[in-house]
Design a protein around this ligand. Structure first.
Ligand code: DAH
Length: 344
């Protein structure tokens, strides 16, 4: 009987203390005091040896029942303490999504990239593939296969940086024409955008590094009308329906005949203004019918195939499109300038 009373006392004491527990260390403390090696219940279990043998099983059962009950209560309490702690943590970490945050400055695409992307999408929509070529180029591709032999006066206009006697920084994307003709069989329809180099002084319209987009079409029965039609579509897609092209006779060693191509002045729609120096036209690119000599050097039978080519300065197009009057702005990386251009 004595033991029963002791058990009840322990149970009551534990229940009273458990009610007051507010945290895990407090709980562990009671657990130790009740159920630990030297805990009250364990002591009681040990004192069973003093009981007469016939009472022991009953007493053991009672103690174990209390032990189990206490263990369950403590486990429950532990779970509820953990839940409360989690809730508190969630409350602490709550994020107010309505609170205004610091303004993020997004970058913008460079105007040259915007224009290059536009040009690429216009030509790819006409069925052109985009190919790239090396900026460090053999003299062979930059000049010789384009019908510009060593010591030819046409080299003067394209003085460049020599890596070695026969290796240059390419002066034009035209070299990619030769690479492509040697690698692919006609029909060929490619554009090649890329960086080119010339030994030029920097000013409002010149830079030693600039960008071109080359075009090449090789097939049977290609005429100059195809060239004009292609460039008309290009000009109209970029500058508007009322823009047309005008071809003026010119010379490039790799095309015959060759033309300088003007576009209707987009500032005055051809009436004549300051931008076009009163002519109504603006010179924008070089083009022509691929010289049969170039075709033959690049392994294409010129009695079967012909084609046209063109080379467009991307800076020039960007400046005309955005009304930029000084090319240097395109290279200075001034965010106040660059952030004005966005994709439309
Ligand atoms: N490569 C020439 C230049 O840099 C531009 C050019 C003119 C390219 C006529 C062509 C072309 O493909 O047919 O001035």
């Amino acid at each position: 009987m004595e033991m029963q009373e002791e058990l009840r006392r322990i149970q009551q004491e534990a229940a009273g203390e458990l009610e007051k527990i507010a945290d895990k260390p407090g709980l562990e403390d009671i657990r130790l005091r009740m159920l630990g090696k030297k805990g009250q219940l364990t002591q009681l279990l040990r004192s069973m040896s003093k009981l007469p043998p016939e009472e022991r099983p009953k007493a053991g059962q009672m103690i174990n029942a209390v032990r189990q009950k206490l263990t369950e209560q403590m486990d429950e309490l532990e779970a509820s303490l953990r839940r409360k702690e989690q809730e508190r943590a969630l409350e602490r970490e709550i994020i107010d999504i309505t609170e205004p945050r610091e303004h993020t400055h997004y970058g913008t695409k460079h105007p040259l990239s915007l224009i290059e992307d536009k040009m690429i999408s216009i030509f790819t929509s006409m069925g052109f593939d985009v190919v790239e070529g090396p900026e460090v180029e053999l003299d062979l591709f930059n000049f010789e296969l384009l019908n510009i032999p060593k010591n030819h006066p046409a080299r003067d206009a394209q003085d460049t940086f020599y890596i070695e006697d026969n290796i240059v920084l390419r002066t034009q994307t035209s070299g990619v024409q030769a690479h492509t003709m040697l690698e692919r069989k006609p029909p060929i329809r490619i554009i090649c955008p890329g960086r080119v180099y010339r030994a030029d002084e920097v000013d409002a319209t010149h830079s030693p590094v600039f960008h071109q987009l080359e075009g090449l079409v090789i097939d049977k029965d290609v005429t100059m009308a195809d060239l004009k039609g292609t460039l008309d579509i290009f000009a109209q897609s970029l500058f508007g329906e009322d823009v047309t092209t005008r071809f003026r006779p010119s010379f490039f060693p790799f095309t015959e005949p060759s033309a300088e191509v003007d576009l209707t002045c987009m500032a005055c729609h051809g009436k004549g203004c300051r931008v076009c120096k009163g002519t109504g036209w603006i010179e924008v690119l070089g083009a022509g019918m691929v010289n049969p000599k170039v075709l033959e050097m690049c392994g294409i039978d010129s009695s079967v195939y012909g084609g046209f080519a063109f080379g467009i300065g991307i800076e020039r197009i960007a400046m005309l499109h955005y009304g930029i009057t000084d090319m240097r702005l395109l290279y200075e990386g001034d965010v106040r300038f660059l952030s004005q251009f966005r994709e439309d």
